[in-house]
Ligand binder design. Structure first.
Ligand code: CMC
Length: 386
């Protein structure tokens, strides 16, 4: 006892073996089942990438069609979950609402989820991937005080999400440019190896709990600003900076060790060269902003200048701090018209498949409950005062 390997922040500990995602942070490489993320972003789409992450191979045309249909057939949310969402105050953070709603799916489906059966696990995947955008849109509608919009099976995944978010009926019109950008945001967030939320889902799932309960634990973890909450924090920071003249002050604050302020959207635990998702996201941001005619947006001007200054600053170069995926995804979502407090909900929607693929990989083979030990630094035994 007391001689365990001590690795705060899991800087050098592999918690599992996995065949899903490979990252070489030094070289800026991210592969899903061997396929580079930039190739998937260019040639694939979100649901095909979901299939790849879950099944290990790209689907043929028939497999893809069946998968897409199964996801669509499971996209409607139970009335009890709709009521649950409506019961929260409108001011509640959408991540809190989403987390509760997904935990609520455990209540809806617990009795027909046998995690030992591959068929039940497939059905759970369809329910999760199908209902995440519906739930995400419902948290938005609740926040706005508007009626929920039903999913529409005639629309593709991202179109349907945008329609349920911004439409006022299941048949409203969605811009193809925005739908493509949205699909890419989901795809670029689909999985990222053993990050904090995925590790949480694995650890939680290792007790044999209901998979929706394990995913809800992942959503809670993603919420924090050091993880998925960074996309929201980036926009809040850009608004706080307010104008390009103030950038230098904030860069100096970020460099000051005595000041807890950090430049949100910069740095990554694993990527110490560049974040390959950020490269694709930056390109998507440029496309969306030019198609929407928003190149002169004042917030974007701050983002561009900040990116330039930070990339040329000795502190950021020396510490290998580059803009990460959240820096650019926040800019795109803002351009699409998604309110800042919804950004992490969208990250969670895209990431649901990654969490699920890792949970499924774990439970479909022999596994042990995760049970870390500690290095005890408290009192030695002492007697209760008489
Ligand atoms: N601004 C200023 N300084 C920074 C920043 C930043 N954004 N990030 C790291 N540093 C400094 C930090 O102060 C430390 O300095 P020193 O060596 O002098 O103590 C050094 O760089 C290393 O930082 P760390 O916190 O030890 O590194 P980490 O690997 O534990 O943290 C991180 C990674 C992403 C949490 C951190 O870079 C950060 O807080 N970034 C801002 C939040 C953010 O954008 N998060 C999104 C991550 S990507 C999406 C996701 O995976 O969810």
């Amino acid at each position: 006892n007391g001689f365990f390997t001590y690795d705060p922040g899991f800087m050098s500990t592999a918690s599992c073996e996995s065949k899903i995602t490979f990252i070489d942070g030094g070289k800026g490489i991210l592969l899903h089942r061997g396929y580079p993320i930039d190739q998937l972003a260019e040639h694939s789409d979100y649901l095909e990438t979901c299939y790849l992450l879950l099944k290990g191979e790209l689907p043929n045309a028939e497999q893809k069609q069946q998968f897409v249909q199964a996801v669509k057939d499971n996209s409607a949310v139970a009335p009890s979950i709709a009521k649950l969402i409506q019961s929260f105050p409108k001011e509640a953070h959408p991540m809190a609402v989403l987390c509760s709603a997904v935990a609520g799916l455990a209540a809806v489906y617990n009795d027909d989820t046998d995690i030992a059966k591959a068929e039940d696990r497939d059905t759970t995947a369809y329910r999760l991937i199908g209902q995440m955008p519906t739930l995400a849109a419902m948290t938005f509608k609740h926040l706005k005080g508007e009626d929920f919009v039903e999913p529409n099976k005639a629309l593709d995944y991202a179109e349907n999400y945008l329609n349920m978010t911004f439409g006022n009926s299941a048949a409203s019109k969605v811009s193809p440019t925005l739908a493509k950008a949205m699909d890419r945001i989901f795809l670029l967030h689909a999985d990222h190896e053993q990050n904090a939320s995925t590790s949480t889902v694995r650890l939680s799932g290792s007790s044999g709990t209901n998979p929706f309960a394990a995913i809800a634990a992942g959503i809670s973890t993603l919420w924090g600003p050091a993880h998925g909450g960074a996309n929201e924090a980036v926009l809040n920071m850009l608004e706080e900076i307010g104008s390009v003249e103030n950038i230098d002050t904030y860069v100096e604050k970020a460099k000051d060790k005595a000041d807890p302020f950090r430049l949100m959207g910069f740095g990554h635990r694993v990527y110490k060269n560049f974040d390959p998702r950020a490269k694709v996201m930056k390109q998507a941001a440029d496309e969306v902003l030019s198609e929407l005619g928003l190149e002169n947006d004042p917030l974007l001007a701050i983002a561009k200048k900040l990116e330039k200054i930070a990339l040329e600053d000795e502190y950021f170069i020396q510490k290998k701090l580059y803009p990460n995926v959240d820096f650019y995804s926040g800019i795109i979502m803002k351009a699409i018209g998604i309110p800042t407090e919804m950004f992490t909900v969208i990250f969670a929607t895209g990431r649901a498949v990654g969490w699920y693929a890792h949970w499924d990989e774990m439970v479909s083979q022999p596994y042990k409950i995760g049970r870390p030990r500690q290095r005890y630094t408290g009192y030695a035994k002492r007697d209760y005062p008489e």
